[in-house]
Design a protein around this ligand. Sequence first.
Ligand SMILES: [Zn+2]
Length: 220
Amino acid sequence: MLEKVIPWIEAWEGLFMPSPRYCPLCQQKPVDIGLPGCWPCVSRLEIGWHRIPGDDLCFCIGPYQGQVKERIVDFKFLNRMDIGWLLGSLMGIAAREEPLLQDIRAIVPIPLHPAREKQRGFNQTRILADGISNWWKKPILDLLVRPKETKPQVDLNRHQRALNLANAFAMREGDRMRHQEVLLIDDICTTGTTFAAAASVVRRYGGKPTGLFVASGRIE
Ligand SMILES: [Zn+2]
């Protein structure tokens, strides 16, 4: 029954966030074919495809500075979900061309704790995942949950961040993750601690995690 209801709910949600006719960034020019916005605005973002150095396979589409950083701030703190959708769409357009991601079976948004999500009004990673999935036809699995309320990571060092996030994530219906290559989605990769904590839960259930972010301060 649930399998039948979920696609219906997702289609219904789509009515509230249809593909925009006008560019979400300038809100004046129509979107260009094959892009989620107008070409001048999208080109100004200087989107690229970057590997984030580290033990895990992680990618992002821009450095955490300049235009990309400003648009992430608009998205998260001014509730500009249309900009989040645009950023997610650009992630999807880039990801579908990456040979190392061709075995990805599903997109998994990294969740917020429910209290944090209620405070913000939305989970930014789910909006990004919607944008990705719209352009790169992969299902979204909302199986990762965040039962532990953690402190903001900003003022913590690397060791404190890892402790803060210990047991922060859990998995629902973990069997669905077995032998699945999944793409974990988050907005920013700073030290990689959040990704590492979420990825370890995916591995515990036999899944193979790769990371995709909008931006990172440390790219190759
Ligand atoms: Zn524009």
